[in-house]
Write a protein that binds this ligand. Structure first.
Ligand SMILES: Nc1ncnc2c1ncn2[C@@H]1O[C@H](COP(=O)(O)OP(=O)(O)OP(=O)(O)O)[C@@H](O)[C@H]1O
Ligand SMILES: [Mg+2]
Length: 224
């Protein structure tokens, strides 16, 4: 049985792929066979490295684009809208099957959500519903700066309201010399939400061997 994690965040462009990639790389460097899964990727038209490509590179997996991300769309839109623009609808059952298939042959599977927890994958099925169906504990990615206390606590509350468990919050990119606000944000989130708050310094995405490991709290990464 592969162990599984679901990396979500306070929103889009907060660093979910970066954190998921560093976790995948950390596990792979320990000798584990790591696979990645992302229910839907949008914004292929933007011409930057895709989330599935970075996750594959970080895990050292040989999964195909399709195996990591079963739904892929050009426009940088919410997945429910990107699918609609392509004349289709994302099927929750296909997502669950694809996620199970992605876990086959792996010791660990690192899943990345899309945007934040309440983003619709289909008109009626949210990222949070998929996280619950997959049953993996969450890693919540957030920025270190002003505004992050509210965004992070809202996300943790939305997760806990449906019984999702939280492995840790990760603040990224975490500066070498945090400001008073950043240091306080870290302490305040940990205290108000009673959660471990980890940090990830700026990394060079092009060069995985230089990435620092990101070790999650032990005992919080169960099998699926
Ligand atoms: N620790 C870090 N080191 C280097 N860059 C970082 C770090 N954390 C965040 N970033 C930068 O933040 C931006 C967004 O990161 P990322 O693509 O991981 O976000 P995301 O939450 O996965 O976005 P999306 O919602 O599109 O999937 C990227 O440009 C990335 O380079
Ligand atoms: Mg991403």
């Amino acid at each position: 049985m592969a162990r599984g994690l679901f990396v979500t965040g306070t929103g889009t462009e907060v660093g979910k792929t970066v954190v998921a990639a560093v976790i995948a790389r950390t596990l792979a460097a320990e000798g584990q066979r790591v696979h990645a899964f992302k229910p839907a990727v949008t914004g292929l038209d933007e011409g930057v490295e895709t989330d599935h490509a970075l996750l594959r590179r970080a895990s050292g997996s040989s999964q195909s684009d399709e195996e990591i991300a079963p739904y892929r769309y050009g426009p940088p839109a919410s997945p429910h809208l990107a699918a609609e623009l392509a004349g289709e609808e994302i099927d929750p059952e296909r997502l669950r099957q694809s996620a199970r298939a992605a876990a086959e042959g792996a010791d660990a599977i690192v899943c990345e959500g899309v945007g934040g927890l309440l983003v619709p994958l289909s008109p009626t099925y949210l990222v949070r519903d998929l996280a619950a169906d997959l049953g993996h504990p969450l890693v919540v990615v957030a920025g270190p700066g002003l505004g992050t206390i509210n965004h992070t606590l809202l996300t943790l509350e939305a997760a806990r309201a449906t019984g999702l468990s939280i492995t840790a919050v990760v603040l990224t990119p975490w500066p070498a010399q945090p400001t008073e606000i950043e240091a306080s944000n870290r302490e305040t989130i940990a205290r108000l939400a009673d959660v471990d708050v980890l940090t990830l310094p700026p990394i060079n995405l092009a060069d995985p061997p230089t990435w620092p490991p990101l070790h999650l709290p032990t005992g919080q990464f169960p099998s699926i």
